[in-house]
Ligand binder design. Sequence first.
Ligand SMILES: [Zn+2]
Length: 163
Amino acid sequence: MCLICDRIDMIKKGCNPYFVRELETGYVVIGDHQHFFGYTLFLYKRHGEMTELFHLVSDERAKFMEEMALVAEAVSRAFGAEKMNYELLGMGDAHLHWHLFPRRRGDIENYGNCGKGPAWWYPMEKMYSDENRPGEATLSDMRQKLLEELDRLIPPPSCEVKQ
Ligand SMILES: [Zn+2]
């Protein structure tokens, strides 16, 4: 099974601790590693032939893009980014998913072009170090903060409003 489908399956079973909120076209989840504090993913709901943005019909693509932009705004507000980075990759897992990185000056230390460059220029072993995995309390706090901002930007349907 694809890693993204696996995570979505966990969301549906109610056992994905990174899950924040379901939107029309995808699921918002906090990233496993938090070197870039606030790193969030937006996972497209469907897996299949649609592995490129240009595979989506125009209405669906517009909605997916709009929701992604609002998720990025919520991440920026919740975690205080100087600049958001948006990436849709997928050579590893072809299932459409956005990587949303809050960026701050100095966050790749002196790597890349004297400290300038994409998040991925930070060494993989440092980025994916276990030290960057959020603890339970941090994760819970992050989910709460992001959910508040998301709900402000995209009011949930009334039947889904939590007490
Ligand atoms: Zn998948």
